[in-house]
Write a protein that binds this ligand. Structure first.
Ligand SMILES: C[S@@+](CC[C@H](N)C(=O)[O-])C[C@H]1O[C@@H](n2cnc3c(N)ncnc32)[C@H](O)[C@@H]1O
Length: 289
């Protein structure tokens, strides 16, 4: 931020979607008080940013879904951190997320936020700094690039989390990213836990009807047929979560109908462990403090 002027979120396309999840956090106390979502660091960011979260307030289902998803990501991340207080968390597509502030991190844990350069610049300006939380600016799907730059040490347990990201990737890009991550973990003899949410093909096809996403120039690209599609990339499923079930009555109804017709979730969060590796060859980027 320059002087006392508010920072302008001059974002477009996929990076602009970070404003949707930020709006969910900023409006949580008003629109979804029953979830008890508390995030003082998000309030600090909101106060410093030239952004009215009411731009997305009409889309109650998406904002509630984002909070339900965030609480679930908080829980599974906390479980990893508890088991591996000296581990490494790599957050792909962090946006202006404030998970480290919500969770509180043990002193031996390293946390890397990865997003595009314009987003990382905004993070550096707005997100309250924490010890051992660093950023890397670049394409989070360029695994070999960030793995080298952040100093992923051999044998270190890693949690790679990507919240609200996979649906914006080209399908082939998404599959290469996950396969390359499993391969990198095997090469570095690290246990890799993957936490992500993914849209079903139907949800991806209908992405342009999403009232919040349609306000940005972003589009859904990748619909995942189910956890087996991720498992084939070198992972083993540990847990899934049905976000639609808790995201308001319309989402619940649509999700239940889809489940009845297909036997699948319309929109999932899931935890996987990497189980095997594949070779990849991906270009490099830049490490920020
Ligand atoms: C919907 S926002 C979610 C932000 C954050 N995870 C949250 O939950 O608040 C999607 C974010 O993913 C980022 N993103 C999408 N594709 C990416 C990629 N290939 N590499 C790095 N970041 C990416 C966008 O720039 C944006 O910040």
């Amino acid at each position: 931020m320059i002087g006392s002027a508010k920072a302008s979120p001059a974002l477009s396309g996929v990076p602009e979607t970070l404003l949707i999840t930020l709006a969910a956090r900023l409006l949580a106390h008003r629109l979804n008080p029953d979830l008890g979502f508390v995030d003082p660091a998000a309030e600090t960011i909101g106060a410093a940013l030239d952004f009215d979260p009411n731009r997305f307030a009409h889309d109650r289902a998406s904002l509630r879904g984002a909070l339900v998803r965030s609480r679930w990501f908080d829980r599974v991340t906390a479980t990893f951190i508890q088991a591996h207080p000296d581990g490494l968390v790599v957050s792909i597509g962090s946006g202006l997320d404030t998970r480290p502030h919500r969770l509180g991190l043990p002193s031996g844990l390293d946390w890397i936020d990865i997003d595009f350069p314009e987003v990382i610049a905004l993070r550096e300006a707005l997100v309250p700094a924490l010890p051992r939380v660093r950023s890397w600016a670049g394409d989070g799907t360029d695994v070999a690039a960030w793995a080298e730059a952040i100093g992923w040490r051999t044998g270190r347990p890693v949690l790679m989390a990507a919240e609200g990201v996979s649906m914006y990737l080209e399908p082939e890009q998404g599959r290469r990213w996950l396969a390359a991550s499993a391969e990198e973990a095997a090469r570095r003899q690290s246990a890799l836990r993957l936490v992500l949410d993914f849209a079903s093909p139907m949800m991806a096809r209908n992405g342009r009807r999403n009232p919040s996403v349609r306000k940005t120039k972003a589009r859904f690209r990748w619909g995942v047929s189910g956890p087996a599609e991720i498992e084939r990339l070198g992972y083993r499923l540990r847990e899934t979560h049905d976000v639609a079930r808790q995201s308001g009555s319309l989402s619940r109804l649509v999700g239940a109908t889809y489940r009845l017709l297909t036997g699948r979730l319309i929109y999932s969060c899931a935890v996987f462990d990497a189980s095997e590796a594949r070779r990849g060859n991906i270009p490099s980027g830049r490490l920020l403090s």
